[in-house]
Design a protein around this ligand. Structure first.
Ligand code: CA
Length: 231
């Protein structure tokens, strides 16, 4: 989407400049900040459509910036993490970041992620019928279909699918899914989650559905909106 506003919070000057130059060449408006404090100030004045957020900033961690933004805004946040930042990355996702890219990343990949994040933002308004690719969920009648054929799910499978599909495109960590679908006392019980994901995949695949549920190794799962999504 041309003209969308991207805020880049990144302290490495070369990467910040490269992002600025590339995003502007693609028709985005950008604003750059080199630390957390100026990033949050720019967030309020610039009102971006998407935030690109480095995790290691000179004055505070990206996780704190993420938390501050999420206090009153649902603006998509894509975390830029370095190799070895695994734990911090998961913390940022738990604090509401939508997605992450591991440095070094390709600019085409970045643009694809920005598009997905913005589409998710546009479609997340509550609707009685959720349609993602071949899949539809009637949230009032609790009926799920793949290519028009009904798929019978247990209540837990249904709740898991609903949580994944209403957050399509977004990376959801194991603790987030367990807390939201099973309840806070289940956080840490990844075995129960893994079993339910397997059953859900079997039923959706058995109905001719595409591979909707993508594994994010050591992090969680992501619901892929379409089969050809370049993720
Ligand atoms: Ca940094």
């Amino acid at each position: 989407m041309s003209g969308a506003r991207i805020l880049v919070i990144e302290d490495e000057p070369q990467l910040r400049f490269a992002l600025h130059r590339y995003l502007e060449s693609q028709g985005y408006q950008t604003r750059e900040a080199e630390d957390g404090a100026s990033g949050l100030a720019s967030f309020r004045s610039f009102k971006p459509d998407v935030v690109l957020l480095d995790l290691m900033l000179p004055d505070r961690s990206g996780v704190e910036v993420c938390k501050a933004i999420r206090q009153d805004s649902a603006t998509p946040i894509i975390v830029l993490s370095a190799l070895g930042d695994e734990k911090t990355k998961v913390e940022a996702l738990d604090e509401g970041a939508d997605d992450y890219l591991t440095k070094p990343f390709g600019m085409n990949e970045l643009i694809a992620r920005i598009r997905v994040a913005m589409r998710h933002q546009a479609s997340s308004a509550s609707a009685p019928i959720l349609a993602v690719g071949d899949l539809t969920m009637d949230l009032e009648r609790r009926v799920v279909t793949v290519s028009g054929r009904e798929v019978h799910l247990t209540p837990t499978e249904y709740n898991l699918l609903k949580y994944l599909a209403t957050n399509a495109g977004k990376v959801l960590t194991h603790p987030m899914i367990l807390r939201n679908v099973w309840g806070p006392e289940y956080v840490g019980d990844t075995a129960v989650l893994r079993t339910c994901i397997t059953q859900l995949r079997d039923k959706l695949d058995g109905a001719g559905g595409q591979a909707y549920i993508q594994t994010e190794p050591r992090v969680g799962y992501r619901f892929r909106p379409t089969a050809d999504e370049s993720l």
